[in-house]
Design a binder for this molecule. Structure first.
Ligand code: ADP
Ligand code: ZN
Length: 306
């Protein structure tokens, strides 16, 4: 089946056409501008590619409840122009191209939208390191921090969707930095996202590879969050992605600290093998787009069974 996938990010949009076996036939990426500039280009890109279904994994917050009136809308995002813009409906019903005055018709195919992190979680569960597992947590540590997870084979949404990047942290004793989250003085994203590392140390995270203290503090926060997720979600595997996780030295530090924080309370075969329990993403950073296409596949199958 020809599937369209969109990974909608705050800085760039990745668009692909592929199939349900994880094959990618064509892919492109465009910078995320205002929706009226960016979205018509995307609808046009898919319109000539003969797709049979479309899946979208997007930055948030976003309404991902199919029964809601505003299903597919971005919510209170600070990204200019995007708050309350209905991304899904632009693909479904079409959108005007302000530049040419032309009305770009909607794509008449089954569609599904979810958070970017749920998309990545699904990608890893379908094609990657979490294949065959039913309870999996995917965490991204990049410009923002967020987690998507599946519990007993179902991606979790709840009342809106989880916002696991905003849980409260116990401060590292050496950390006198200020949170970059406008809402929370001590949240995970505020203290451990890429921009928070940059603010604390006055340098881009990638330039700080050799400064051990940076990674000691960073792994302390990530491990605290993972310990909470382990207790609450009980995942069979935890996958870490996002720009900051390109620092591979974080993995042993995180595993060690999680073990220390759990303090022997839980004893499972998974936790006994930390090297396969807390792992990097396994799909060359394609987990998001592959998961998005898989969301499209789910939409198509649902249509068939109706
Ligand atoms: P986004 O979250 O915007 O989708 P990324 O996941 O690539 O994008 O995250 C970008 C963040 O990750 C930036 O704050 C950047 O400084 C940081 N980052 C990117 N590459 C690295 C690296 N190799 N080491 C440490 N931090 C990195
Ligand atoms: Zn916060």
């Amino acid at each position: 089946m020809r599937l369209g996938g969109l990974e909608a990010g705050g800085t760039k949009m990745v668009l692909s056409v592929g199939d349900e076996n994880g094959e990618i036939f064509a892919t492109t990426s465009i910078p995320t501008g205002r929706p009226e500039d960016t979205v018509p280009q995307m609808v046009k890109w898919f319109a000539v590619r003969n797709i049979e279904a479309l899946g979208i994994g997007t930055f948030g917050p976003v309404d991902v409840n199919p029964d809601s009136q505003t299903y597919g809308s971005l919510l209170e995002t600070p990204k200019p122009g995007w708050a309350h813009f209905n991304l899904l409906s632009a693909f479904k019903n079409g959108i005007e191209d302000k530049e040419t005055g032309e009305y770009i018709k909607g794509l008449k195919v089954p569609m599904k939208i979810d958070t970017d992190v749920n998309g990545s979680c699904l990608g890893e569960m379908t094609f990657g390191t979490a294949k065959g597992l039913s309870s999996v947590l995917y965490l991204t540590v990049g410009t923002g921090i967020g987690a998507g997870f599946s519990v007993d084979g179902k991606l979790a949404h709840g009342m809106l969707h989880p916002e696991a990047g905003h849980i409260r942290m116990l401060r590292h004793p050496k950390d006198k930095g200020e949170s970059v989250c406008p809402f929370h003085p001590d949240c995970f994203e505020g203290l451990a996202s890429g921009p928070s590392i940059e603010k604390r140390w006055g340098k881009k995270a990638v330039m700080l590879s050799d400064n051990d203290e940076v990674w000691e503090i960073e792994s302390y926060y990530i491990a605290q969050a993972l310990t909470d997720y382990i207790y609450i979600v009980s995942p069979q595997k935890i996958i870490l992605g996002g720009g900051v996780m390109h620092q591979m030295k974080l993995f042993p530090l995180i595993r060690e600290q999680v073990t220390r924080m759990l303090n022997g309370y839980l004893k499972t075969p998974e936790l006994a093998d930390m090297d396969s329990y807390i792992v990097p993403n396994s799909l060359d950073d394609n987990q998001g787009i592959l998961g998005a296409m898989q969301l499209g596949y789910e939409a198509a199958r649902k249509k068939e069974s109706n």
